[in-house]
Design a protein around this ligand. Structure first.
Ligand code: ADP
Ligand code: MG
Length: 357
């Protein structure tokens, strides 16, 4: 088990800064996620940790020791990447056995380990095939098996389930977490899928545009997003945002036709300041005594055991999630309530707008 820490780590390709100097520490035995939209620098970050990509500046440390110059094979890592190349001339069995063979493990010891890992990753039946005979999803399973088979002290995974169907993803991610726990690895898992991050990770580092936005437990990110980007990235459907203007220390007005002012817990900056009001779909209540915000139903979508209802409020579309008992139809006039404890305010209107406490 090793800790992994990044100190102002930057990656630039030519003139393009893909990772803009980020710092965080992954504790021994922790399962850390790196979550963010496509192109935000997740893979570049992981590849630097793996040693597959040079670090432009900054320091990478394993257990406090700088490893910037250490070659990948000397880092004690297991890697499974979205498109991590399998050794084409080798069979699946030989691919999975490769890291064990490289360590000089005796054959008799190797065979049952390979068999066991192939079973967990559901590639037992293709052990004697070559990679080109496999589907994308099967190749990923082999790549995962190869990453996990050697009990790595650091496990680095980059979208390792992306080519599999949903059921397989859910099954295999649970097995990855079990293996992590069983071998006591320190794991870093890259994904753009918030559901996967929520299901797997002890903590999550949220990235955007090459920068770390926030790092914390899923609960912290959910309840105390540091800025508008994090607030909007976690949650399905995403948090509703309403452009607003402050009225006084604890009241703001939505910038839409005919809306009353609304009170918030947060201490607001000076009157007349542009802010963003935020409310999660699960917190928007339809009807009830204190429901004072008029709106019109635009769309009702069934999503599992809840309805997602889109409501037009003065030209802005808000989403709500409710039980399916509402029997709402498009065109219905409704009134909405936003419980005071669920109201978020961001100081500004762009992704970087910091949350007000
Ligand atoms: P993510 O994994 O979050 O999708 P990446 O780390 O792959 O993001 O990419 C971050 C940025 O760096 C993107 O703008 C991408 O186009 C660029 N990039 C990635 N790899 C290279 C490379 N080898 N050469 C030039 N630009 C690259
Ligand atoms: Mg990537």
């Amino acid at each position: 088990m090793k800790s992994v820490s990044l100190h102002d780590v930057r990656k630039s390709y030519g003139g393009v800064d893909a990772v803009k100097g980020i710092s965080f520490e992954v504790a021994k035995g922790e399962f850390m996620g790196i979550l963010g939209p496509s192109g935000c620098g997740k893979s570049s970050t992981l590849r630097m940790i793996a040693g597959l990509e040079d670090i432009t500046s900054g320091e990478l440390r394993f257990d406090g020791v700088v490893v910037n110059e250490l070659s990948p094979k000397d880092r004690g890592i297991g890697m499974g990447f979205e498109n991590y190349a399998l050794y084409q001339p080798l069979t699946v069995r030989e691919n999975i056995a490769f890291p064990l063979e490289a360590r000089g493990m005796p054959r008799a010891e190797m065979a049952p380990r390979v068999q066991k890992m192939a079973k967990l990753m559901e590639v037992e039946d293709v052990l004697d095939r070559k990679p080109y005979e496999l589907s994308g999803g099967q190749q990923q399973r082999v790549s995962l098996a190869r990453a996990l088979v050697r009990d790595p002290s650091v496990l680095l995974l980059d979208e390792p389930l992306s080519h599999m169907d949903r059921h397989a993803r859910v099954r295999l991610r649970a097995r990855i977490r079990h293996i992590h726990d069983a071998i006591g690895a320190t794991s870093i898992y890259v994904t753009h899928d918030q559901e996967e991050a929520v299901a797997l990770c002890d903590r999550v580092a949220v990235m955007n545009f090459g920068d770390l936005q926030q790092i914390g437990s899923v609960e912290e990110l959910w309840h105390r997003p540091r800025n508008r980007f994090v607030a909007g990235f976690l949650g399905q459907p995403a948090m509703n945002f309403i452009p607003s203007v402050t009225v006084d220390r604890h009241r703001l007005r939505f910038e839409v036709e005919g809306q009353p002012t609304i009170e918030v817990r947060q201490a607001l900056p000076e009157p007349g300041r542009r802010v963003t009001f935020g409310i999660r779909p699960e917190h928007v209540r339809i009807g009830g005594e204190d429901a004072s915000i008029p709106g019109r139903v635009v769309l009702v979508e069934m999503e599992g055991d809840v309805d997602v209802i889109t409501i037009d409020v003065g030209g802005i579309e808000l989403k709500t999630r409710t039980g399916t008992h509402w029997a709402m139809a498009s065109g219905d006039q409704v009134r909405l309530a936003f419980p005071v404890e669920s109201r978020h305010v961001f100081d500004g209107e762009d992704d970087a707008a910091p949350a007000l406490a």
